[in-house]
Ligand binder design. Structure first.
Ligand code: SF4
Length: 334
């Protein structure tokens, strides 16, 4: 039988010695898109995440080796039959889910190709996995850009590093008449191609916002920002301010400044860390301080910075306004 391998069982992989009795057939890719996840020393593939064709190698193996490999892969994986680009049908291992102990250390590999030493460049080629209400929703309209008043809003992800108790996503699928759940995240090419068809000069601002945290897709955000900035268009980022936690190896504010980000609107949403934890339920510990630091760094970098709060009873709007003012940011209560 055929087995398709895409990680450490490949010829250059650290576990390849297990394949001693297997016969190499060919290199190929899957015919369907899946989500290749970097879990550190080894990868996994999520069946329901439609991101890229997965690159790997096909081997001819016997049942005895298959049993041995099932043991090796362990309880985190299941096996399924998959069709390859070249017409071969092969067994392939999939992740049942991201193991909870690895959720903060897992990245999507958009290329679909895993190497033992995955590098991370300054544009965040690997994208950290985060969890929102729906992860990737199926059957929605994929609104990637929408007009409200005189602005154009961009919706590049549904992932978020918080689960705010007041999040509009939990109340409605629709904002200003637009369904913002995505069945798949738009690629950079999707975004540029869509934006190229619009008369961008007519908008006052182009704003990254939508049903998710835009810095969860930092590389795409930076590239679109730079592309718009080159055309003299003002770009704003609406953010929860967790960018440094989502992209720990990247100087996010420096990259935003370099790309030409003109303004940021940071969700403050609480006068104390304790209240923030209760209301915003962030994925990462230290999110409140990280959000404040992000805002301070944006101000220091000369990016126009606004802090916002949602009008809910627990939030002391005057206290939040003072935090923003002391910092040198403008303030808005929604
Ligand atoms: S940060 Fe924004 S998108 Fe994320 S959960 Fe909170 S309100 Fe929703």
């Amino acid at each position: 039988m055929y087995l398709f391998v895409y990680g450490t069982l490949k010829r250059e992989g650290v576990s390849h010695q297990l394949m001693e009795s297997a016969t190499f057939v060919c290199k190929t890719r899957t015919s369907q898109k899946y989500g290749l996840i970097d879990l550190g020393p080894f990868p996994g593939v999520l069946y329901d995440l439609r991101i890229s064709l997965i690159t790997g190698e096909i081997y001819n193996i016997n049942t005895e080796l298959l049993c041995k490999l099932d043991d090796h892969e362990g309880e985190w994986y299941f096996r399924s039959e998959v069709e390859m680009e070249n017409g071969i049908t092969a067994q392939m291992y999939f992740l049942k889910d991201i193991p909870s102990s690895m959720k903060n250390r897992s990245f999507v590999i958009p290329s679909g190709t895993w190497e033992d030493e995955m590098g991370e460049n300054t544009r965040g080629v690997k994208e950290r996995i985060l969890y929102g209400k729906n992860d990737l929703a199926q059957g929605h309209k994929d609104t990637i850009a929408y007009e409200v008043h005189s602005n154009l809003y961009l919706n590049i992800t549904n992932r978020c590093s918080a689960r705010c108790t007041f999040c509009i996503r939990d109340i409605s699928d629709v904002v200003y008449g637009y369904d913002l759940w995505l069945s798949r995240e738009p690629t950079l090419e999707d975004m540029i191609s869509h934006l190229s068809e619009l008369d961008l000069d007519k908008y006052k601002e182009i704003v990254f916002t939508g049903f998710g945290e835009p810095t969860a897709r930092l590389s795409v955000l930076l590239r679109i920002t730079a592309w718009l900035h080159e055309q003299g268009i003002k770009v704003r980022l609406d953010t929860n301010g967790h960018a440094a936690l989502i992209n720990p190896d990247i100087d996010v504010v420096k990259e935003l400044k370099q790309a030409g980000m003109a303004a940021v609107s940071v969700s403050l949403n609480a006068q104390t860390e304790e209240l923030y934890e209760k209301l915003c339920r962030p994925v990462f510990s230290g999110s409140y301080q990280a959000m404040l630091t992000f805002a301070r760094q944006c101000i220091a970098a000369g990016i126009s910075t606004r802090m916002t709060v949602v009008k809910v009873p627990e939030i002391d709007i005057d206290a939040c306004k003072k935090i923003a003012k002391d910092m040198g940011a403008s303030f808005f209560a929604r």
